[in-house]
Design a protein around this ligand. Structure first.
Ligand code: AMP
Length: 424
């Protein structure tokens, strides 16, 4: 066996046609939803300045500290493959003066992102995200609407057992004092923390609440909760979000240890999960409010809220829940025999394409038997047999594969006759 010389980089994979149809379907449904809610699609570059993510996602986060793919260009620019989509959109909002547009500016995106994480099931180094962002509106109804949009997308994709987990992590008024209270609580329980959390306690204390290590679970369970320390403004905002969700009967549960890994969030944070067939929860999407981000990046005070889906995870669930995409059936197959027929076949196919009738062929095969085998495999209802004589007479044989009956049709009438047959 010859050894394969080149392979995809670790944690990255080819998206072959069988899988790509899921990406296509998800994007297609997202586009319809986005159109309805007034979101315009945006593409930002795959690379951005490293500083953008350091400033927004945060210097002490795993994404910035460990997971960014960075590169120095020949012109000495220091760039990163984008690890997430919100910061580039905030940058674009400022750079393109979107303050001047009617607010909120609603944008959505779909594309690849890159994080140098340890590859494992559902975790890749190149993965796709689909996100919705609403910039320029502080009202809590936007938070509820973003969650509703995410929920609707999963519903349209027929994903079952979806649950939204929610929390509020406060804002620059109340979060600093909560962080102090949490830090002093953790200091007392320091010996019961994992080594990462010992570090987090000092430079990103909220992330301790996010820790998945067994060792930290009991410390987390007794920790002071953000919701008990919110200022009046944040409390009111969160209460309103919950009321909106109750109004639309969207299932959610409060999760006091939900803090999200990125620094730019304020107030509402959420994650969306669905259960697979083994009742295991899979994190499909995450998001929240980021009222200070645009200001932090040098722009004006523009409150905003958004969410992003991990597409590979959504696809994994679609597969596990057997939400199978039915290929449109091929009803007609064109079999050609001889040089002249082959030559004329390309034009016949064009006629079908123009009238949007799907037709298959196997131009690489010359024998009629092989071509009929292929037509059988595709479960074609009708086969058009086009030989030398038919090509000379501008005619074609139409064979009904169920009954075996054959009829000779003038090429000029072919599309009309096929339409009649398909209507039956
Ligand atoms: P985040 O941008 O970290 O908030 O993640 C949002 C969603 O993207 C998560 O809920 C996951 O579904 C997905 N996601 C994040 N990181 C990865 C990764 N490395 N591989 C695959 N999906 C990911």
């Amino acid at each position: 066996m010859t050894k394969i010389k080149f392979q995809t980089p670790s944690g990255m994979h080819d998206i072959l046609p069988e899988e790509e149809k899921y990406y296509y379907k998800i994007e297609e449904i997202a586009r319809k939803i986005a159109d309805f809610y007034g979101f315009g699609k945006i593409h930002t570059p795959i690379v951005e300045q490293v500083g953008l993510f350091e400033k927004s996602v945060g210097n002490s986060t795993d994404i910035v500290q460990k997971e960014m793919y960075t590169l120095k260009t020949k012109g000495n620019d220091w760039l990163a493959l984008r690890p997430e989509g919100t910061a580039p959109i905030a940058r674009s909002y400022i750079e393109n003066g979107m303050y001047n547009l009617s607010q909120p500016v609603k944008l959505w995106y779909f594309g690849p992102f890159f994080r140098y994480e340890r590859p494992q099931a559902g975790r890749y180094r190149q993965f796709w995200q689909l996100g919705f962002e609403a910039l320029g509106e502080k009202s809590s109804i936007v938070d509820a609407q973003i969650i509703q949009i995410c929920y609707n997308l999963l519903k349209e994709l027929k994903i079952k057992n979806v649950i939204v987990e929610l929390n509020s992590i406060g804002d620059k008024e109340c979060r600093p004092s909560y962080k102090k209270i949490l830090a002093s609580y953790l200091k007392k329980r320091q010996s019961s923390l994992c080594s990462d959390c010992k570090k987090r306690r000092k430079d990103n204390v909220l992330r301790v609440l996010d820790c998945k290590e067994d060792k930290c679970q009991s410390v987390k369970a007794d920790a002071p909760q953000t919701l008990d320390y919110l200022c009046e403004e944040c409390k009111k905002h969160f209460k309103e979000v919950l009321e909106y969700l109750d109004e639309i009967e969207l299932p959610y549960s409060l999760n006091s240890s939900l803090v999200r890994g990125l620094d730019y969030y304020t107030k509402t944070v959420f994650e969306i999960f669905a259960k697979d067939s083994l009742e295991k929860s899979i994190a499909l999407a995450g998001g929240g409010r980021y009222d200070d981000l645009i200001n932090l990046l040098g722009g004006r005070n523009v409150p905003a809220c958004g969410a992003a889906f991990g597409i590979e995870r959504v696809i994994e669930l679609m597969r596990k829940q057997e939400i199978i995409d039915q290929e449109p059936e091929v009803q007609i197959f064109l079999a050609q025999i001889g040089e002249l027929a082959k030559k004329k076949s390309l034009n016949i196919l064009e006629e079908f394409r123009k009238t949007k009738i799907k037709i298959a062929e196997s131009f690489g095969r010359d024998s009629l038997r092989n071509q009929l085998n292929k037509a059988n495999k595709l479960k074609a209802k009708y086969v058009l047999i086009f030989g030398q004589k038919e090509a000379l007479d501008n005619q074609i044989v139409l064979r009904d594969m169920e009954t075996g009956k054959q009829a000779l049709i003038k090429l000029d009438n072919l599309i009309k006759e096929i339409k009649k047959k398909l209507k039956k």
